[in-house]
Design a protein around this ligand. Sequence first.
Ligand code: FAD
Length: 485
Amino acid sequence: MEKRYDVLIVGSGVGGLYTALSLPESLSVLVLSKKSDTLSNSNLAQGGVAAVLSFENDSFDLHINDTLIAGGQANDLDAVTVLVHEGPDEVRKIMEYGVDFDKNPDGSIQKTLEGGHSRRRIVHHKDTTGAEIVKKLLEELHRRKNITQRSNALVYNLEKVKSGFRADILLDGATPVSVFADYCVLATGGIGRAYKYTTNPSVATGDGIRLAYELGASIKNLSYVQFHPTAFNGPNREQFLISEAVRGEGAYLLNCNRERFMQRYDKRLELAPRDVVSRAIILESRKTGSNNFYLDITHRDKEYLINRFPGIYAGCLEQGIDITKDLIPIFPCQHYLMGGIDVSLESRTSVSRLYAVGECSHTGVHGKNRLASNSLLEALVFGRRAAEDIAKCVNAGFAHVAVSDKELDISGAPLPKGIRTEIRSMLQRSYFVIPDIDSARTSLKQVDRILRRLHSGKFAITPDYCEALSLATVAHIILKEVDER
Ligand SMILES: Cc1cc2nc3c(=O)[nH]c(=O)nc-3n(C[C@H](O)[C@H](O)[C@H](O)COP(=O)(O)OP(=O)(O)OC[C@H]3O[C@@H](n4cnc5c(N)ncnc54)[C@H](O)[C@@H]3O)c2cc1C
């Protein structure tokens, strides 16, 4: 790693990788991953990417309309229009990078259906679409001489210095270093780990949102949290997702009496948008007094299921469930964040030269509830837009960052145990599918006490401390928004 780069990208999910690949090769770029380069929400994406690739039975207007309906019409129409109109070209671009979407026997790309989509428009690589995209983007990244990628590099502090940024990084969990960059792109993904149960991996602690907040960037709609209705109902914190595509391919939702119940809540039945289905499950659980819910796809052909959903088949088998003959136990859990660091259509934050892309950003495309398979698309479209905007600024001759080193001291007291667990329990209790406003107010006071303690105690800078600070900051912003509604 050098001391100075033109562009620093924090995160190696689809947002960070695609931004890096879209920058001119004349720029020096550093891409950092907190842990391994493939531990990310992107790598877990199952369903696919939504895009209108042909107009035979679909149109941009239909995709826009589906996005607005799912988002409760709280979306930014300009951003949605950009997403839908520019998305198909990004999908074609990643195919040039080698991404292999499933094909029909005649060679055309297969398209699947998910909740809230009025047409089959989701392209996929079996049920491991994200891993396929990340793999091919990383391969392309490693071919680029201008890009350096470093894993196990946690950015714990970001400061504005003359004409750019200084990022303080913990390498391998223990060694502090600083790098300087003219531009910084935050692509740090979601906040799932602020909840007791989530589909997100361990890196999803909202670090980028905290770093932007500390720099004074505007954060918007952080309380727009998405709960996926059908995560595998197991004992682990990280819940295995049963993609919406399973319902798209005909799975029924059943209550504890093994009865379909969605007809009581929405005429779109199992294919209603995620927030509607999650809410229906919680209301139904109150009615039946049971948290036992199931997906039933046993009526589909066994070979078809194993071939179409190999990841879900294998993942469920590990838990003792054979999806070709057993009901799959499911329950809602935290899945995605619609709000985030507020950005313009060029992915600019309110802080000069600071950009945000992907799940940590708020472009406004998702409104109150993301339409399935629109987020990888958002990371691609707005990642490329960030790169283009940075290239424009560079061409306009913006000044270079001044490199001025400072001694980094990461020593201090060890973090007391239990802080992260306390935050997770608070959000799970007070701000799940149907919020409990009184409990949210109490939790806000509790989280503010934790934040004060984290800021005022002289704690050692460790990954645990940094993540606790991020989780507390994120919980504070969410609960404050709820309190002010
Ligand atoms: C199980 C699952 C299934 C999904 N399925 C789909 C789907 O089918 N279609 C769809 O469109 N969307 C899907 N999503 C959502 C989608 O995957 C994500 O929204 C999207 O991939 C986010 O990409 P990203 O680049 O913003 O963040 P991520 O892919 O989460 O990447 C975040 C990166 O930031 C790094 N990072 C974080 N903090 C720091 C730090 N402090 N220092 C250094 N690096 C840091 C991490 O190491 C990681 O590399 C799914 C999500 C999950 C969890």
